[in-house]
Design a protein around this ligand. Sequence first.
Ligand code: NAP
Length: 283
Amino acid sequence: MKARRLPSLVGIFGYPIAHTRSPAMHNAAFRALKLNWYYLPFAVTPDGLADAVRAIRVLGLAGVNLTIPHKERVLPYLDGVSAEARLIGAVNTVVNRGERLIGHNTDGRGFLQALRAEWNESLRGQGVCLLGAGGAARAVAVALVRAGISRLFIANRGLERARAMSRLVHGRSVKVGAIPLSDGAVRHAAEECRYLVNSTAIGLHPSDPRLVSPEVVGCFPYVCDLIYQPAVTPLLRDAKSAGCHTMNGLGMLVYQGALSFELWTGRKAPIAVMMRAAKANPA
Ligand code: NAP
């Protein structure tokens, strides 16, 4: 009698995790390609991360995604890390290859693919002002530099963190500067930048303050927020009112997920299916 093949399992480790749209997005993609794969959310506390990573091998998961607060903490538990993830210092995708756990980071490339899909513009030679210097900002900055931008301003509340990030991503063909997260400094940056990108967590909650004034936001032709819930953050509302092109973080969520899907399955991800599922499953 022919043995039935077990399904392949993947999932996401995060805490909290109830809000995640990734299971809906990936399971829709598996169904669309008729793959016997399933994606599950796992609420993993920081104290439980080491055991959860061991469980990837024990249970034979094909891989996992990692989200807050695990992207940086997971590094010591892995057998290898891609050059990109090593540079960013964070992993959002783990692939289990013959019980060797290899970490990747698809956030930055996901951001770039979303931006190209939305605006169809080349970033080569462009200037970008990035608000924030956390994990997401590092992934985006590394991707932007690889895409050939010529100028990058990193505006962060903690200036030292912005300085550390500018040392990390500086290159021969890009001038990188750390600036305070203030109206004056960001307005000055706008003189050299077409793009404003928010990679801070400000905008997730209705009571969050404005990062910069509407007038300064309006100095940038293209404004993007990595946040996708709410779909229109105060920053994007100000940008829309000023007539800027706007983009939220949903496209980045979908494209980073598509890159993880391709790493695990070796199949081309059905982007339209994933986009529909992500849009249909708000938190
Ligand atoms: P993180 O590492 O904790 O970084 C948080 C950033 O927000 C830091 O730059 C921090 O500045 C800044 N910040 C926090 N509170 C602030 C305040 N009150 N005023 C000004 N700045 C403040 O977080 P992360 O992982 O980079 O995530 C950042 C955002 O990106 C989150 O909203 C997340 O949902 C989003 N994200 C989206 C996607 C997607 O697929 N669309 C993927 C990844 C992340 P300090 O350094 O001064 O503390």
